[in-house]
Design a protein around this ligand. Sequence first.
Ligand SMILES: C[S@@+](CC[C@H](N)C(=O)[O-])C[C@H]1O[C@@H](n2cnc3c(N)ncnc32)[C@H](O)[C@@H]1O
Length: 314
Amino acid sequence: MKQKLQLKLQSRTIHVGDVMEKLCRFPTNSIDCIMTSPMYYNDIDLGVPGAWGNERSVFEYLSKMRVFQNELLRVLKPRGTCFINISDSYAKRNHGPIKKGTKFMVPEMFSSQCVLDGWLCENVIQWLKRNAFPTSVQTHLWWNMEPVYFLVKNKNHYFNLDAVKIPRLHKSKPLNRRVRDAAHGRLEARFGKKYRASKKEIRQFKQDIRKRADYTGFNSRYDNTKNDKNPGCLLDIPVKVVPGLSHVAYYPVEFAEWFIKCGCPKNGIVLDPFLGSGTTAIAAENLGRQWVGIELSEKFAAESIKRIGVGKLA
Ligand SMILES: C[S@@+](CC[C@H](N)C(=O)[O-])C[C@H]1O[C@@H](n2cnc3c(N)ncnc32)[C@H](O)[C@@H]1O
């Protein structure tokens, strides 16, 4: 069998060429964090010959994505994290059983493939794009959200929750399940006469319940001394226009930073296999992480190096 030459992983490098040709030469278990947004199916045409997203059928796109996601699984370190922002489009004609006019549901199909192939899905984070491009369509709602799939190899993965916690609205306290069950009249049914809750405790619980978003959890795993809380799965980051870029499908630097902050250890290496205008690399630089990218277009790759301010093409 013809052996593919494995490349030496070097930070601050953009590998110019097709994602699969490059990725298959990356060493196994070498990447700490993957942050990327592939071309969506049937969406924007960036005018790059050979770019993904222009396949004749959605099934062809999904099968390419399947090989790709398995290659990502291979290159990711066992404790690594992977964040994939992938959105959707509407079918302009029938694709086999998929009828013209429907939303394809590509993100759902792609993420199902990932789980079936051995990825663990930790979250589906919804990116709220408050200032997304408006729509004149009258038959469905304005589409101002995109999912980001948080995927890992195993439950022992790296995750710095503190890096993305947000301030609490109220002073936090742990939820007492004994008192909650008593307030709901189910304590005895659950535990017999073993536990009791006083009227005062129940009264306090009923007052507190209005602030339930600030309960921190049930037991000693939760640190109640910190005044921050888990931000949840809605990420509200406006889209920003970067003057002077010829790329038109990029995400904001703050967006990439959010994922790298919680998903990549200090000095870890971030991979963006669809680097585009270099946003992920800028975010990695800002946060003191190493980075490596892949981009099909020589023009975008060269512009990225200028925008990042460091790095080389390979
Ligand atoms: C949605 S854009 C990524 C934008 C990036 N997140 C940013 O903020 O600039 C996807 C990129 O993937 C590149 N691309 C498309 N098909 C590719 C392929 N087969 N191999 C490598 N890159 C590809 C496109 O040229 C495009 O720049």
